[in-house]
Design a protein around this ligand. Structure first.
Ligand code: AMP
Length: 606
């Protein structure tokens, strides 16, 4: 199948051919013919990196041009609108559309996003544009100032719709959608299908066509998923081993908090890796600088929070590393989807604690990914990898003229003349090998989980704390709640919920999350109020039920996980290798081990 055969016009085919697109990708084959026909609404479930920008972009541009020529050249009025969650994605989509419309001189594209001069955007809109690519907040601002009119819009695309909802743009989307004409294509692209998307579809779409590229919520088949289980205090050492084992790594290390992100990046930098941090506490200028360094591969390891990494338009990542698992499964899918783009292979690695094994299984089940358990590479395995990397670098080195070297080279050759070739390679490699082995031999032994996933320091099966029958600490009351991990109830969400129901004064103790229900402790004096207030709340349309855990009798501690039957509480009522200087520069791990003092220094700091 070619783009011509899909009905794409000659000027656009020419532009995409110049970009090196030889044939349509699956999402393009599936989507383009629908969008070139009669206006319809469409929901496409496609992961990032599958070619979805061109899937909606090419027909969008072609339709805009057709509409311009049929309305007798009335240009300057926006005909198409693309909404996306972040300014980076906004710029990337606008860039792509500009490239695809290279031979369509009448089509002008404007990215509008927060954080840049609104006056400049207003001026450009007054001069006239045909396509607006926008983040929702800024577009509403422009609409309120009367600068952006949506009266002639024929196509609206919601790109990364799930991300927009996660980022709290639901209301803004509704405001915008209520102001575009009813007879238009509404296209919704999303990597996952949370419930809120169905409700947008129900309110604003008319019999939408649903296209799924791959299976719903299924990760990219080109991603290999691995996980390592280590004790919490060895997570950082494990991270370094993984980075050392992949000398050509170009990846993002996802952390859960800004603080952790900065700490890990600082440690990596101190240990000689080519790394930097990206999180919300940096200024926009600092974030732009880091992203640009990463984009042009002057940075090999980017340590980032999920939020800050959103919209970072970097393809070709070799690895995504989860430094701890994210709270929700969709984040795992999004993070992992940043590698293995455009048909390439990629590796997603989770460094977990043994307590996270259950969540890993949930992720596997829901995302349909097989996450393979791996043992950390040993020092000698890493050494072998690094030596081959050195050999690769030797093969790839550019033989430029260098006067200093040229002057001394004949003498050096003469000096080593007595050593034959094999021995010369042996001596050279041995130099590096010793340094690496010394480094690993002096490194602390990393405590890894056994085949059953148990850490040496962890209590054996049977001695584990029984979450269901645990007794509250003194002064605290243990309460039951009818939401569990499968309902996406995690500690921070539960704490948030308790604080929302009983604002600002409840001291929360131990939290035990089980798949379908959970327990948490609050101070005795607050328990009754917490039960009363929380039991009138709903989460995701389901009523919360909270009661004293000891009121459950044996029900809550049954061997099968059932939702306990209760009436009093109302349960029944509802059921470096990476030195600075560039990822491509070929600088390897070896330099890092040269300065043993520095390594020791940094080790002693940990
Ligand atoms: P997207 O999902 O739109 O971000 O696209 C992912 C990557 O695939 C981008 O680098 C696109 O330039 C590239 N791409 C999109 N369509 C094609 C195609 N038909 N052939 C080759 N590369 C493509």
């Amino acid at each position: 199948m070619t783009f011509e055969e899909l009905g794409v016009s000659a000027p656009i085919c020419r532009a995409v051919a110049e970009l090196g697109y030889q044939q349509p990708m699956p999402v393009q084959e599936a989507v383009i013919p629908y969008l070139l026909g009669e206006p319809i609404d469409l929901i496409a479930l496609a992961q990032t990196g599958t070619g979805k920008t061109a899937a909606f972009g090419l027909p969008l541009l072609q339709n805009v041009e057709r509409s311009l020529s049929s309305s007798g050249g009335a240009t300057g009025v926006p005909r198409a609108l693309v909404l996306c969650p972040t300014r980076e994605l906004c710029l990337q989509i606008a860039d792509d559309l500009t490239a695809y419309s290279k031979y369509q001189p009448t089509v002008r594209i404007l990215p509008v996003y927060g954080g840049s001069s609104i006056e400049a955007q207003i001026r450009t809109l007054r001069r006239g544009v045909e396509v607006i690519v926008a983040t929702p907040g800024r577009l509403i601002d422009l609409m309120e100032r009367g600068a952006a009119s949506l009266d002639a819009i024929e196509t609206v695309v919601l790109d990364e719709a799930d991300e927009m909802l996660t980022m709290g743009f639901s209301e803004s989307l509704q405001t915008i959608l209520s102001q575009v004409p009813r007879e238009r294509h509404l296209l919704l692209f999303s990597a996952t299908m949370p419930r809120e998307i169905s409700s947008i579809a129900a309110s604003y779409m008319h019999e939408p066509k649903e296209i799924i590229v791959g299976t719903k919520n299924e990760g990219n088949k080109n991603i290999r998923h691995y996980y390592y289980v280590v004790s919490a205090r060895h997570k950082y050492l494990a991270l370094k081993r993984i980075a050392d084992y992949y000398p050509d790594i170009y990846g993002i290390i996802f952390c859960r908090t800004r603080k952790e992100t900065q700490e890990i990046a600082d440690q990596l930098i101190r240990d000689g890796y080519n790394a930097d941090a990206l999180h919300g506490e940096l200024s926009q200028a600092q974030r732009d600088y880091v992203m640009q360094k990463f984009r042009i591969r002057n940075l090999q390891l980017l340590v980032a929070t999920d939020v800050a990494a959103r919209g970072l338009d970097v393809n070709d990542l070799t690895h995504v590393i989860h430094y701890g698992l994210p709270d929700d499964i969709e984040s795992y899918t999004h993070r992992s989807g940043r590698t293995a783009r455009a048909g390439k292979l990629g590796i997603s690695i989770a460094i977990c604690h043994s307590r996270e094994r259950g969540r890993l299984r949930d992720i596997e089940r829901i995302s349909h990914a097989t996450i393979e358990r791996k043992q950390l590479p040993s020092g000698s395995e890493i050494c072998q990898k690094q030596l081959f990397h050195l050999a690769d670098r030797i093969e790839r080195v550019e033989l430029t003229d260098d006067t200093t070297l040229d002057t001394v080279l004949p003498d050096l050759v003469r000096k080593l003349d007595w050593i034959d070739r094999e021995e010369l390679v042996r001596r050279l490699m041995l130099l590096e090998h010793r340094r690496l082995l010394d480094y690993y031999e002096s490194e602390e032994v990393i405590e890894e989980a056994d085949d059953k996933g148990r850490l040496p320091s962890e209590p054996k099966e049977g001695k584990k704390r029984d979450k269901r029958n645990a007794v509250a600490e003194e002064g605290m009351k243990r309460l039951f709640i009818n939401f569990g991990k499968l309902d996406r109830m995690f500690p921070n969400k539960l704490i948030e919920l308790i604080n929302k129901c009983v604002p600002g004064r409840v001291k929360i103790g131990k939290i035990d999350l089980l798949p379908r229900f959970s327990f948490f402790e609050v101070e005795e004096a607050d328990a009754q109020e917490v039960i009363r207030s929380m039991s009138s709340y709903e989460v995701d349309g389901r009523r919360i039920a909270v009661d004293y855990a000891d009121a459950l009798g044996s029900e809550g501690s049954g061997r099968k996980e059932r939702r306990p039957k209760r009436s009093a509480g109302g349960f029944d009522s509802e059921r470096k290798p990476h030195r600075k200087g560039g990822a491509r520069s070929g600088e390897g791990a070896f330099d890092k081990y040269k300065d043993k003092d520095r390594t020791k220094r940094s080790r002693s700091r940990r």
